[in-house]
Ligand binder design. Structure first.
Ligand SMILES: [Zn+2]
Ligand SMILES: [Zn+2]
Length: 229
């Protein structure tokens, strides 16, 4: 069965917050709740009404720790706690981005935004780690370059039903562009290696959802991304 996906661009940088719901258990994973926690919480409530279900938000995944990808996590987690859902989402991040996560306040200030300190990270991603929430099955792909602890998530769907896989590429790979490498701990050689060796090796039909902007497909980027030719 196809899972429920809602893409919600949030904040000044329009980070793509992804809401992913298992259609059987209603276990829910959020990718990059970067800003506008109230909007994200509203979307969750709306999904519950639309599908007449009760969501169990289990995890807040972060592709990396730049403030536009983590800035809403505290508000989302606290909001869910206050709703008394009985399920407390865990905050996931790769350990090598922890130093960026912990400087949310000063990093935000540098760009003119004010944040409270982030909540503690509950779980650290490992490369190649498999994570399962109901029928949602993710594989973690460590893709350093844009930041040291950048990760992508390959969401396996039902191939038998002809549904392509999805990869959430954060700020590593965009439609017709790639991530910037002028911020904390970035490295352009690493970025190219991550894209070539870990993302372009995926099936060409794989749908790629970047951290900003429209979706694309791995095959399309392999053929025509001007930064990769
Ligand atoms: Zn970023
Ligand atoms: Zn970003």
């Amino acid at each position: 069965m196809k899972f429920i996906q809602k893409t919600l661009p949030v904040g000044a940088f329009q980070c793509n917050c992804q809401i992913l719901v298992c259609p059987e258990t209603f276990e829910t994973v959020l990718v990059d709740p970067g800003d506008e926690a109230d909007q994200i919480l509203k979307s969750l409530t709306q999904l519950e009404a639309d599908f007449k279900i009760k969501l169990k938000v289990k995890a807040l995944f972060h592709t990396h720790a730049h403030f536009d990808h983590i800035g809403g996590s505290r508000g989302v987690k606290q909001g869910l706690l206050q709703n008394g859902l009985g399920v407390v989402p865990e905050i996931y991040l790769h350990r090598e981005d922890l130093f960026i996560y912990q400087m949310l306040k000063p990093a935000g200030q540098r760009f003119g935004f004010s944040y409270e300190d982030p909540l503690p990270v509950d779980q650290f991603f490992e490369d190649e780690q498999l994570l399962k929430f109901g029928s949602l099955r993710f594989k973690v792909i460590h893709t350093p370059g844009h930041s040291p602890g950048g990760v992508c998530f390959n969401l396996h769907e039902d191939h038998a039903a002809g549904i392509p896989e999805i990869v959430f590429t954060g700020d590593t790979l965009f439609k017709q562009s790639i991530g910037r490498t002028d911020l904390w701990g970035a490295n352009s050689d690493q970025l190219f290696a991550s894209i070539r060796n870990r993302l372009l090796t995926l099936d060409g039909d794989t749908v790629a959802w970047p951290g900003h902007g429209p979706m694309t497909r791995i095959g399309e980027e392999k053929r025509s991304n001007p930064f990769l030719s």
